[in-house]
Design a protein around this ligand. Structure first.
Ligand SMILES: NC(=O)c1ccc[n+]([C@@H]2O[C@H](COP(=O)([O-])OP(=O)(O)OC[C@H]3O[C@@H](n4cnc5c(N)ncnc54)[C@H](OP(=O)(O)O)[C@@H]3O)[C@@H](O)[C@H]2O)c1
Length: 263
């Protein structure tokens, strides 16, 4: 059977929710889905940033709405999903992208640094996936869930001290596999993208307007491609996992890391 690029990768008529889309990789993910034709809801806490992103995305010819919610509050999540459904309709694609990485050596990590990472990086993705999947199962049309893990999901973080981040990102990968197997019969695929190092608010040191040179040098040295990821380099991976092209792919973790986890 011959398929066109549109048949394989087109997302026209689909609605996506992308969390953590007020900055960094979430903005790129939201744009990727819009480029493929999906309407997009962008969720985070900073409304002004979201409004700017939404305006940019609408210029691509799709609908885009900003949704303000704190992912550590379940009531806000529930309200956010309902808001998307009321404005854009059923959610076909959920991208659990929001994440935080509290920095502290393990012996000094405070309880709140642990708890906040668990809430945002692990509990919220589960609760959102559960809420969205319930609706997908009810409709019987299937759907796509993509969790944004990390190159430190399967190995320790050799650059920064991030016990709560590493633990929750590891958990997110195995949650991906569990949900994938439980929901496969409902035609819902659940996959993860594991990005390597990208300069974003999470990794940029404001004093340098870039990743701290000491850490950047180490990231480059430990990445076979010898560099950090660049803007746009995650778009294809998400479009693939959100589109018909990946219809038989579930429970997978797609590394986009310049080879970081290959050695
Ligand atoms: N950058 C990298 O090198 C890298 C590598 C591997 C994986 N990742 C993963 O990629 C994802 C995106 O990270 P990034 O690098 O783009 O970082 P970022 O620029 O700091 O973005 C994080 C996003 O999460 C949102 N967020 C944080 N806490 C939230 C909360 N309580 N409620 C709602 N939204 C919240 C932030 O928005 P507000 O502050 O407006 O709420 C922001 O939009 C994360 O899951 C991260 O772990 C990043």
């Amino acid at each position: 059977m011959t398929k066109s690029l549109q048949d394989l990768f087109g997302l026209n008529g689909k609605t996506a929710l992308v969390t953590g889309a007020s900055s960094g990789l979430g903005v790129e993910f939201a744009k990727a889905l819009a480029v493929a034709g999906a309407d997009v809801a962008v969720l985070a806490r900073r409304l002004e940033r979201l409004k700017g992103v939404a305006k940019e995305i609408e210029s691509l010819g799709v609908r885009c709405i900003p949704i303000v919610a704190d992912l550590s509050e379940w009531a806000q999540l529930e309200r956010a999903v309902s808001e998307v459904e009321e404005s854009l309709g059923k959610i076909d694609i959920l991208v659990n992208n929001a994440g935080i990485a509290p920095l502290a050596r393990a012996e000094k990590m405070r309880r709140d640094q642990w708890d906040s990472a668990v809430a945002v990086n692990l509990t919220a993705p589960f609760l959102l996936a559960q809420r969205v999947a319930q609706s997908m199962i009810g409709r019987g049309e299937g759907g796509r869930i993509v969790n944004i893990a990390s190159s430190v999901s399967g190995v320790a973080n050799s650059i920064y001290p991030t016990a709560s981040y590493s633990a929750t990102k590891g958990g997110l990968v195995n949650l991906t596999r569990q949900l994938a197997t439980e929901w496969a019969r409902h035609k819902i695929t659940v996959n993860a993208i594991a990005p390597g190092w990208f300069p974003t608010e999470m990794s940029i040191d404001p004093r340098y307007g870039d990743v701290h040179p000491k850490y950047k040098e180490k990231m480059e040295a430990l990445t076979p491609m010898g560099r950090l990821g660049e803007e746009g380099e995650l778009m294809g991976a998400l479009i693939y996992l959100a589109s018909p092209a990946s219809s038989f792919v579930t429970g997978a973790v797609l590394a986009v890391d310049g080879g970081w986890t290959a050695w």
